[in-house]
Ligand binder design. Structure first.
Ligand code: ADP
Length: 314
């Protein structure tokens, strides 16, 4: 790597989007980015070697770089820089940690994309995914890229393989996304630990039929095929028990016109895809009504698929 051109006056500012991992049937292999919410971050070189993290929000996340996912991602990146370097990173989280819409991925991906720009792009996108996955390992115990890859690449991404990395950015037709976030905590590590390690062949056949159908539906812009393929026979039946009202939310959302949807990442957020904004609004209202009836505190929002990934801002 060429020696760094260190300019202490340069500040790189970015927006790192929330992401929906799994996309129902594609556990650990599919994910997409959304336009709202996003984390705001800025980075500059620091004369102090190492990583200084400043939190500009109310979440009280660790500032120790080894305990903050953004720091873990940057530390992995720094192992491949052949000279001592210092970064000062300021994080303003708008994506609530533990909400299931890729809060940890936004911090990890945003940090390395911003640092890469500050250093005048020594690394490519695959390198950045590799570094950022160290943040996911810190948050959930395993390296996975189904939030990181769409956060960095934008749009819908297929992670065909992690070792070696093989990421495929997929074209998709316009999609509107309704998300409800019940204010309960589901830890990713817990949501992973309850999963069964063995599956029946008949279930596996259904699942890979759906993944293939979903990818084909996205590429062919066939909304009916997308809707039919948004079915998960492996993970959802186990995980949905952690989310109150899950089956009713799904039923009401479909009645309101959603193509389909399910648990966002490891939950507790639930997402639904729709063909139009008007339908997505009705779907969000239907999801809101269910939690009103259950007297469960929640937030709903309607957004669209983000095709840009992490954005540089002035
Ligand atoms: P999500 O799916 O919303 O990312 P996770 O459970 O995967 O939720 O990750 C959140 C966990 O990671 C929390 O335990 C949080 O304390 C920890 N964490 C550490 N640093 C960060 C960070 N910069 N942003 C978000 N979460 C972080």
């Amino acid at each position: 790597m060429a020696p760094l051109n260190i300019d202490y006056s340069t500040i790189v500012k970015i927006h790192a989007p929330a992401t929906v991992a799994n996309m129902v049937c594609g556990f650990d292999v599919l994910g997409f980015a959304v336009n709202d919410p996003y984390d705001e971050m800025q980075i500059r070189f620091s004369a102090t070697p190492g990583i200084t993290i400043i939190n500009d929000d109310e979440y009280n996340l660790p500032t120790d770089p080894e305990k903050n996912v953004a720091g873990a991602a940057l530390l992995a990146m720094m192992e491949e820089i052949n000279e001592p370097v210092g970064f000062e990173l300021t994080i303003k989280k708008n994506i609530k940690p533990g909400s299931g819409v890729g809060s940890s991925a936004a911090s990890a991906a945003g940090a390395v994309v911003a640092a890469n720009k500050l250093m005048q792009h020594p690394f490519n996108n695959e390198d950045l995914v590799r570094f950022a996955m160290n943040g996911e390992k810190l948050a959930s115990g395993v390296k996975h890229a189904d939030n990181i890859a769409p956060c960095i690449y934008g749009g819908v991404t297929l992670i065909r393989s992690i070792f070696p990395l093989d990421i495929v950015a997929l074209n998709a037709p316009p999609l509107f996304v309704s998300i409800v976030h019940p204010q309960i905590e589901v830890r990713t590590a817990d949501a992973r630990s309850i999963l069964q390690q063995k599956v029946l062949l008949k279930d596996a056949i259904k699942q890979w039929g759906n993944i293939a159908g979903l990818v084909a539906g996205l590429l062919k812009e066939d909304y009916d095929l997308i809707g039919r393929s948004l079915e998960d026979v492996l993970i959802e039946p186990v995980r949905s028990i952690l989310i109150p009202g899950f089956d009713l939310i799904k039923q009401k959302a479909k009645e309101a016109g959603a193509l389909g949807g399910g648990i966002s990442g490891s939950g507790p957020s639930i997402f639904m895809l729709s063909k139009t904004q008007a339908t997505a609004n009705q779907v969000a209202e239907a999801m809101h009504q269910v939690y009103e009836q259950l007297s469960l505190d929640h937030h709903t929002y309607v957004t669209t698929v983000n095709h840009a990934g992490v954005r540089f801002v002035e």
